[in-house]
Write a protein that binds this ligand. Structure first.
Ligand SMILES: Cc1ncc(CN)c(N)n1
Length: 222
């Protein structure tokens, strides 16, 4: 007993590394990612973020006290104010308008991942839902750190994806990630081994669905 968030990643090491160090992420860092792959990912990520905002709203609904409600509200605000706001501006820079985004067909990988998280939240409790959301928030914060620690990552004007890395290394995003980790550490400290095994299964599923999302971007598949 006395689990922490790191125990979840340790229990799914291969999947977690496969997500953080995916070929899509490596190429984005090396500035060798094909533009069409990034554009496809960016468009689907808009749809993804809308459903993830709904998942944080579900977390608010499932909250049992004011502190849980505030925590869900902070997560929702990070998605709406930090990520989605920047995302729409960023898409505009890539010639993708809000009207284009509103008309997008949803890729299977987007559908599978977002509905999995919403379903997990509906049938489970607040901790199930936050564990299903964790690869998203904590994973992207870790990806930005991992990219920055590599010698081959190209930063600045020489990398067309530099602003993407900057968004996830920003203080606002890194703080939201740290808050989520602390929240999970406090809750996981109290779970039994049997409950931890259930939560590990949720975390592994969500991490694999993140891997599929990168692959969908690389393959430019709907
Ligand atoms: C698919 C995906 N996963 C995670 C994140 C980071 N919130 C994102 N924008 N998109």
């Amino acid at each position: 007993m006395g689990y922490r968030f790191d125990d979840l990643t340790a229990a799914c090491q291969d999947d977690w590394r496969g997500y953080i160090e995916h070929a899509f992420v490596r190429r984005l860092g090396d500035a060798t990612l094909e533009e069409g792959a990034f554009r496809h990912y960016l468009q689907q990520d808009y749809l993804f973020l809308i459903h993830f905002a709904r998942a944080y709203a579900l977390a608010a609904y499932k909250s049992r006290d004011l502190s849980e409600l505030r925590h869900a509200f902070e997560g929702l605000k990070t998605i709406l104010d930090v990520e989605l706001g920047l995302h729409v501006d960023y898409c505009r820079g890539w010639g993708i308008s809000e009207q284009d985004l509103a008309r997008l067909p949803e890729a299977r990988a987007t559908l599978a991942y977002t509905r999995y998280v919403l379903d997990t939240g509906h049938r489970g409790d607040l901790l199930d839902l936050h564990v299903a959301l964790a690869p998203c928030l904590i994973g992207y914060g870790e990806i930005a750190q991992w990219l920055n620690g590599r010698d081959t990552t190209v930063r600045g004007a020489a990398n067309p994806y530099d602003a993407w890395i900057a968004m996830y290394e920003s203080t606002a995003f890194q703080q939201a990630m740290a808050d989520e980790r602390a929240w999970l550490d406090a809750r996981l400290a109290e779970v039994t081994p049997a409950r931890f095994a259930e939560l590990t299964a949720v975390f592994r599923d969500a991490t694999r669905l993140e891997i599929d999302f990168w692959q969908m971007g690389l393959d430019q598949r709907l």
